[in-house]
Design a protein around this ligand. Structure first.
Ligand code: SF4
Length: 287
């Protein structure tokens, strides 16, 4: 069967983001990537935290779950451990991933949890009316930083590289064709795949519009970067004047489920539990 983008649209309706929101580009790119891979929606679990972009799982026809703020990575890790056959894709905003969920972000990469992490990065907490996120540049003015953010921005790409992430990329939601190609590679990758996605918030970050992104991005491919070269990836991660877009680094190593004794007979979802006395288990673990 050959699927199209529409096969991944939610039967519940269309996304309710503001006009021009970058989430539309990311949503389209994700669905295009799944269609290119002809993935059965029943073989994909889409997990979100809290935030405008983190509601994206709701707008797909795949299995979806919305978790707590900053907590989608451990939930997604658990889903993959329970059923290795599922493709697990996590959606967060920059506040969800690099602020409230920072510790899970780092540990997920350290463990090489076998999941895809798409982080829509617009420098603000859009859902709660535009407070500066940890990804906002020093001096960025927002309702929570009227005199400009006093803090330097986190560098998610450098963090990912130094935390053992095995697939590190940055896309731009205004270029869904390129973003879709990156997401396709990320889904095919075995291991933790991060794509930091530069995107606009038309309501609370007027500064970072399409022209801004065109003027302030450059292509890693055009710069001749080799994604197996860690030192070169680090150099581009710390690029000061403009942000690099594309695949920074890709490598292979053991994934989280490879070495857990609990899974030596297969993932939990495939264990035979016909002889397990569930009532006795409930009694044992209920207070
Ligand atoms: Fe998108 Fe910003 Fe509107 Fe949220 S507030 S839906 S991030 S444009």
């Amino acid at each position: 069967m050959s699927r199209t983008l529409k096969d991944y649209n939610s039967p519940l309706g269309k996304p309710n983001w503001c006009a021009g929101c970058g989430n539309f580009g990311t949503d389209m790119a994700l669905k295009q990537a799944m269609a290119k891979l002809d993935l059965d929606p029943d073989k994909v679990a889409v997990v979100g935290g809290i935030g405008c972009g983190a509601s994206m799982p709701y707008w797909t026809s795949c299995y979806n779950i919305l978790t707590l703020h900053g907590r989608p990575v451990p939930v997604a890790t658990g889903i993959k451990l329970a059923n290795h056959d599922l493709n697990v894709v996590v959606l967060s905003g920059d506040g969800d991933a690099y602020g409230i969920g920072m510790e899970h972000f780092i540990h997920g990469m350290r463990r090489n949890a076998n999941i895809v992490y798409l982080v829509g990065n617009n420098s603000v907490y859009g859902l709660t009316k535009g407070q500066a996120s940890p990804a906002a540049k020093k001096g960025f003015k927002s309702p929570s930083t009227p005199f400009g953010s006093p803090d330097p921005a986190v560098n998610p790409i450098a963090l990912a590289l130094s935390s053992g992430c095995t697939f590190v990329a940055r896309g731009y939601a205004g270029n869904p064709v390129q973003l879709s190609a990156l997401i396709k590679q990320a889904i095919e990758h075995k291991g933790f795949a991060l794509i930091d996605i530069s995107q606009s918030c038309t309501s609370y970050n007027k500064l970072m519009n399409h022209d801004y992104f065109l003027d302030n991005n450059y292509s890693l491919e055009d710069a001749g970067h080799d994604s197996s070269n860690f030192e070169s990836a680090l150099k581009h991660a710390f690029s000061v004047d403009k942000k690099a877009i594309g695949l920074f680094y890709k490598t292979e190593r053991e994934v989280y489920e490879d070495n857990q004794p609990q899974f030596k007979n297969g993932p939990l979802a495939k264990h035979d539990i016909t002889n397990v006395n569930v009532e006795k288990l409930f009694e044992e673990y209920s207070v």
